[in-house]
Design a protein around this ligand. Structure first.
Ligand SMILES: NC(=O)c1ccc[n+]([C@@H]2O[C@H](COP(=O)([O-])OP(=O)(O)OC[C@H]3O[C@@H](n4cnc5c(N)ncnc54)[C@H](OP(=O)(O)O)[C@@H]3O)[C@@H](O)[C@H]2O)c1
Length: 222
C-alpha cells in the first residue's frame, strides 16, 4: 500500500485451537478481566476502533473506553472520550439501534461499496457517516480515508473475515493475540482467520507474556 494509512493494530482473543467464538447464542468469553483491562488501555491509545459488520450483528459491541480515568485522560489531551468507531459492510445491513451506533458520543463511520451507499444511508445515515470505498470496497481506500480524517492509529478488533482481509492485504503493523487456555473444538465456530493467501513472510515475535492464565503474544509485521 503506497497511500498514507494509519498504524494498524490487530487484536483478537482466541481459544487454543484458534477459534474466536463458539456457535452458542451469546459471545464466548475468551478474555479475563485483566486482559479486558489491557484492551481498554489499548483502546484509549488509538484514534479509531474497527470491527466488521458481522461482529456488530453477532456481538453488539459498544466499542468504548470503559475506564473513567482513561476517558478523562483522553479528554485532557483534547480527544473525544473514546475513539471513533468504524465498520465495513458489503450490504449495509446494519441496525441503527445497535450499540455501535447508540453507545457513546463518538464519531461513527460505515464504509461500504459505492453501490451500497444509498441503501446504507437510508438505514443508518442518521446515526453514522456512510462512505463509499470503491466497487468492490477497497481496503486501501478505507485506510486512506481514515488517515485523511486524522486517524493515526487504528485498532482492528475482528471478526475473522475482517482480520483475514487486513492480513491478506498486508495492512497490519502489529498483532496482539490473547490465547485462552481451552479448546472450542467445533468446526462450525468462527476461526481467527480463514484459509487465504497471507503475505509469505514471518512476523516478528515482540512479546510473549502470561497474563493470569492467558498468553499474550505480540507480533510486529516489519
Ligand atoms: N474473540 C475475539 O477477539 C472476537 C472479536 C470480534 C469478533 N469475534 C467473533 O467473530 C464472529 C464474527 O466474525 P465474522 O468473521 O463473522 O464477521 P466480521 O469479520 O466481524 O464481519 C464480516 C463482515 O464484514 C463485512 N466485510 C468483510 N469484508 C468486507 C469487504 N471486503 N468489503 C466490505 N465489507 C466487508 C461484511 O459485512 P456484510 O455482511 O454486512 O456485508 C462481512 O459479512 C462473531 O462470532 C464474534 O463473536 C471474536
Amino acid at each position: 500500500m503506497s497511500q498514507p494509512r494509519p498504524y494498524v493494530l490487530l487484536s483478537a482473543a482466541v481459544s487454543m485451537d484458534g477459534f474466536l467464538d463458539d456457535t452458542g447464542p451469546t459471545p464466548l468469553v475468551l478474555s479475563s478481566p485483566a486482559d479486558f483491562d489491557e484492551i481498554d488501555q489499548i483502546r484509549a491509545g488509538v484514534d479509531a476502533i474497527l470491527v466488521g459488520a458481522g461482529t456488530v450483528r453477532a456481538d453488539n459491541p459498544r466499542l468504548l473506553v470503559r475506564s473513567e480515568s482513561r476517558r478523562r485522560e483522553r479528554e485532557r489531551r483534547g480527544l473525544p472520550a473514546s475513539p471513533a468507531k468504524v465498520t465495513l459492510s458489503t450490504t449495509g445491513e446494519l441496525d441503527p439501534d445497535a450499540a455501535f451506533f447508540t453507545a457513546g458520543d463518538v464519531e461513527r463511520l460505515v464504509y461500504v461499496p459505492d453501490a451500497a451507499v444509498a441503501a446504507t444511508k437510508a438505514r443508518v445515515g442518521a446515526v453514522a457517516t456512510v462512505i463509499g470505498a470503491g466497487e468492490p470496497l477497497a481496503l486501501a481506500s478505507v485506510l486512506a480515508d481514515l488517515h485523511a480524517r486524522g486517524c493515526g492509529r487504528l485498532l482492528v478488533e475482528g471478526g475473522g473475515l475482517v482480520h483475514t482481509l487486513f492480513l491478506t492485504e498486508d495492512a497490519v503493523d502489529e498483532v496482539r493475540l490473547a490465547v485462552a487456555p481451552f479448546f472450542v473444538g467445533d468446526a462450525a465456530a468462527p476461526r481467527w482467520v480463514s484459509p487465504a493467501a497471507f503475505p509469505d513472510r514471518r512476523l516478528r515475535l515482540a512479546e510473549a507474556r502470561a497474563l493470569g492464565d492467558i498468553a499474550v503474544l505480540r507480533y510486529l509485521a516489519r
